[in-house]
Design a protein around this ligand. Structure first.
Ligand code: SAH
Length: 256
């Protein structure tokens, strides 16, 4: 069952070397200890204990320095499994949610994903993780302040395969389509048709969606919560699977 676009598993050493800088070169904030890679290793071990089994996702989560994507005052919480404020009322997703979504995107794919579209760049953390696992990452943000912040956060990593776009992600990014995978970091009432149109045949989309009758809402008896939805596009049509309850910031249209 391997129908999705995939690429050889090996990451070019140049990419991983750029992301996982030697700790000696880091100016680590207080409370993070001498070597942030050890702290990340512990974070990955905890993710594995919660069920993260995909080796490439484990490596990517272990490589990207999450403390570089949050304000220095929050850096000592960067490797806890918690979402954190990134300004303008938005949040960086919990590591376990980032890992879970990317693991779901990679299910059934050997090696690297092809081109990936991310809706909601935020601080750029998830785009950096995705860059370890995909040939190209197109990431859209609707808030100018966060788009600029992500650019600043990612600049030192010199990830030539990450393309940051300022605009309304509801419209997707047709110039990069078709995508092997689409991942949304904000939840709307439905999955926009433009995303499905821009997904490759054999591609997979993952997004939080409000009011889906999934396990999340069956439990609470409401349709107000968000559930994680996986959508697979095949030559025969689309197949949607509703998974667990999640809490993402709202998907909004237009830019600001
Ligand atoms: N992946 C991000 C998570 C950021 S939170 C990270 O690693 O930090 C989700 C982001 O989605 C917010 O920054 C919000 O502004 C953005 N967003 C919401 N609706 C959007 C839309 N229509 N287009 C683009 N970005 C959107």
């Amino acid at each position: 069952m391997k129908e999705r676009p995939s690429f050889p598993a090996r990451m070019p050493a140049s990419v991983s070397a750029k992301i996982a800088k030697p700790s000696a070169a880091l100016n680590l904030p207080q409370g993070l200890g001498m070597d942030s890679s050890a702290v990340r290793r512990r974070m990955v071990e905890k993710l594995m204990a919660q069920g993260l089994s995909d080796l490439l996702v484990q490596q990517a989560m272990g490589a990207v320095e999450r403390h570089r994507f949050v304000d220095s005052g929050l850096a000592n919480q960067a490797y806890e499994d918690t979402s954190l404020p990134i300004g303008l009322g938005q949040t960086i997703s919990k590591p376990s949610v980032v890992a879970r979504m990317i693991e779901l995107l990679r299910k059934g794919v050997d090696g690297r994903l092809g081109r990936v579209l991310e809706i909601g760049t935020g601080c750029g953390y998830q785009a950096a993780v995705l860059s370890q696992l995909a040939t190209e990452v197109y990431s859209i943000e609707r808030l100018r302040g966060l788009h600029d912040k992500a650019r600043e956060n990612l600049r030192p990593l010199r990830l030539t395969t990450v393309h940051l776009l300022f605009g309304d992600g509801m419209l997707g990014f047709p110039a990069g389509a078709p995508y092997a995978a689409i991942i949304a970091a904000a939840g709307g009432e439905a999955i926009p048709q433009t995303w499905i149109d821009q997904l490759a045949i054999g591609g997979r989309l993952i997004a939080p969606v409000v009011g889906k009758t999934g396990p999340a809402n069956l439990k609470t008896g409401t349709t107000k919560g968000q559930s994680l939805v996986v959508l697979d596009k095949t030559a025969q049509g689309v197949r949607q699977t509703v998974l667990e309850a999640v809490h993402f910031v709202p998907l909004k249209s237009g830019v600001a």
